[in-house]
Design a binder for this molecule. Structure first.
Ligand code: ADP
Length: 476
């Protein structure tokens, strides 16, 4: 019973209720029409019988008068009146029995009046005619009684039917109200309570899976939304925790460096001072990169990261970035192979430099000092591919698909090398916005190769909103 009610939809229930009400109205109307027709017929019978009683009695009185009058003119007048009464009574005859009695009485009246015209004494005595008319009176009185009794019977039946219909309507209305209270109102109230509870901060509050299909669907959608909001909330908390955690390392390194140079004590030796300043510089650079990544993520999430695209020689972008690294690195470790011809590519130069910087600094971070880092360009008619290869720790095959996800740090690098796990996420988004793609091939312990493919010609840049929704999804 419960499961059947669970499966029903409001539409089906209202459809059924409407059909039931229409059916009930049709039955009640038919019953009322039938009953009024029957009552009308019964009262008409009663009225005809009463009318015929009157006419038969008037004919009897005329008959008595006829017996006493001798004037032929008056007699004809009385005979005409008797005939008129009988003709009138004929149209009210309502049963075969009455028809027989009426015919007998009419025949006797006709025989009596015609015999009377010749002589007053004939074979038809006045008493016989009177008796026949009396029989007509009696049959009509009996019929009127029967009609009265029938009318009373119908009246009783109508009263009972009215009471039964009223009871039926009352029970139906009570049933509908009860259903509405338990099956429709309660689920709505429960859902509303769940929503209010969720609004008060109980993130585990969920709508019940009860009631008609539409309400369960509403509840299911609320639950989905609540689950998504809870997950979003958890992701935000995790994001903040990640940010706080990753800010703590460089900040404590900075704090430590500063604590080694107290204001009230003599400064350490110049060599030590230079070491401390170098540490501070590294941490500031690290913090700078992290904040840059956070800002980029925020811009992507808000759909505000815009590309300023122009024609650039891809070789120039590579040499500029490598030049910066070479300026700060003691050992020459970059092996750059570039085509002789210019490789024009339509891109946001600064953002592509950011991509290359990220890939190269990862290669430096995740490979032994002085191991070579190869940077190459592979141009084709339509695309250009930037390739960054290192011979470092590499990435396990199972973890390769995750490295472009936000806050994803894999393998040994998690503990050994500082980082937040946002660099490749931002890189991937920038490349996607250019209509390009990025992939990585890696062997654990042997090194990694990142390939960034970009279309060379101006092309429709991917709308930030598209990436924004993807970014929000990833962050969630
Ligand atoms: P991070 O700030 O941790 O470097 P990234 O998003 O740049 O964040 O990289 C994500 C993760 O991918 C890194 O934590 C690291 O585990 C892995 N990774 C990225 N580049 C390399 C690489 N060249 N060699 C090995 N592992 C890498």
């Amino acid at each position: 019973m419960v499961s059947r009610a669970r499966g029903m939809s409001l539409r089906a229930i209202f459809g059924g209720a409407t059909a039931a009400i229409v059916g009930l109205v049709v039955v009640i109307t038919a019953a009322l029409v039938g009953l009024t027709t029957l009552l009308h017929r019964t009262t008409s019978h009663a009225a005809y019988s009463v009318e015929n009683v009157r006419l038969a009695q008037e004919a009897q009185i005329e008959l008595l008068l006829l017996g006493r009058v001798t004037d032929p003119v008056v007699r004809r007048d009385i005979e005409a009146r008797i005939t008129t009464r009988l003709l009138e009574a004929k149209q009210y005859v309502s049963s075969p029995d009455e028809r027989r009695i009426f015919d007998e009485a009419t025949a006797l009246v006709n025989a009596y009046t015609s015999q009377h015209r010749q002589s007053s004494n004939g074979p038809v005595p006045q008493e016989a005619v009177f008796g026949a008319l009396e029989a007509l009176v009696n049959v009509n009185v009996a019929q009127a009684r029967i009609a009265h009794a029938t009318a009373a019977e119908w009246d009783r039946l109508t009263n009972y039917s009215g009471i039964a219909i009223a009871a039926l309507l009352f029970l139906g209305a009570a049933g509908i109200l009860q259903w509405f209270r338990t099956r429709a109102l309660q689920p709505v109230l429960a859902l509303s309570d769940a929503m209010a509870e969720f609004g008060r901060g109980n993130r585990d509050s969920r709508g019940p899976d009860i009631g008609p299909a539409e309400l369960r669907e509403m509840s299911r959608r609320f639950n989905e939304m609540a689950a998504a909001l809870s997950a979003q909330r958890r992701a935000q908390v995790a994001f903040l925790a990640g940010v706080a955690h990753d800010l703590r390392n460089p900040l404590s390194a900075l704090g430590l460096s500063v604590s080694l140079m107290p204001a009230d004590r003599p400064l350490p030796s110049e060599t030590r001072l230079r070491q401390l300043i170098a540490t501070i510089g590294r941490q500031v650079k690290h913090l700078n990169r992290m904040v840059g990544d956070f800002l980029d993520i925020a811009r992507i999430d808000a759909g505000e990261l815009e590309l300023r695209r122009d024609m650039h020689d891809a070789r120039r972008l590579v040499t500029d970035v490598v030049g910066l690294f070479e300026a700060t690195s003691a050992d020459p470790r970059f092996v750059v192979s570039l085509p002789d011809e210019a490789v024009d590519v339509y891109c946001d130069g600064l953002r592509i430099e950011q991509v290359l910087t990220n890939l190269i600094s990862n290669s430096i971070k995740y490979s032994p000092a002085a191991s070579p880092i190869e940077i190459a360009l592979e141009p084709s008619q339509e695309d250009v591919v930037f390739i960054v290869t290192d011979h470092g720790i590499g990435i396990a095959e199972a973890e390769l698909p995750c490295v472009f996800e936000a806050f994803r740090r894999v393998g040994l690098s998690k503990e050994a090398v500082p980082g937040v796990g946002l660099g490749l996420f931002v890189v991937n988004r920038i490349v996607q916005m250019h209509g390009g793609s990025i992939n990585v091939k890696s062997t654990l312990g042997a090194g990694s190769t990142f390939r960034v493919q970009l279309p060379r010609a101006p092309s429709e840049s991917v709308a930030p909103e598209v990436l924004q929704s993807e970014t929000t999804a990833v962050l969630n």
